[in-house]
Design a protein around this ligand. Structure first.
Ligand code: NI
Length: 173
């Protein structure tokens, strides 16, 4: 079921999320389903569990072109539990981000261009995933939510923050 999305100022967005220890539980399946549905119906490209008021280390990366992100690459959605990552290159790129918890705003955020992610699936099986470019960006954005960070914390200059209206004018060029 679609859940309410925590908005900037909600204290849960500033908490460090707990790791999942108990796999194969009905609660975990329900949380994963609620995250999928909430993300799908919100037109986002990623979601972290704290954004639906569940302070656990779960996130979804689901890049595809949407009204919010017309230029996003298409990928199969992936649910990552207890994710960790290492950088594969020192290259840092700045690009636009938005967040369902911070409506009407976009900003330029520096992120690592290529990363290697370790995570568990819903059964607790371990996986590794190499991510690059926009998808690596989405992951790092969602990973920050698990640390109690939001993307505005990483903006280098207030002038890199713009309204969504201006953002859509910019990418329409
Ligand atoms: Ni976000």
């Amino acid at each position: 079921m679609k859940q309410e999305i925590a908005q900037l100022g909600a204290s849960i967005l500033r908490c460090k999320a707990e790791k999942i220890i108990d796999f194969n539980s009905p609660e975990l399946s329900l949380l994963a389903d609620n995250m999928r549905v909430t993300l799908e119906e919100s037109g986002g490209v990623g979601l972290a569990a704290p954004q639906i008021f569940q302070s656990f280390c779960i996130l979804i990366v689901a890049s595809k072109p949407t009204a919010r992100y017309p230029d996003a690459p298409e990928m199969k959605p992936v649910l990552l539990i207890n994710p960790e990552f290492e950088i594969l290159s020192e290259i840092i790129e700045k690009d636009w981000e938005g967040c369902l918890s911070i409506p009407s705003i976009r900003a330029l955020v520096p992120r690592y261009e290529a990363i290697l992610v370790d995570y568990q699936d819903i059964k607790g099986n371990k996986h590794q995933l190499e991510l690059k470019g926009f998808v690596a960006r989405v992951f790092q954005h969602e990973y920050d939510h698990l640390q109690g960070l939001v993307y505005l914390d990483r903006v280098e200059n207030n002038r890199d923050i713009i309204s969504e209206t201006e953002f859509f004018k910019l990418i329409a060029v």
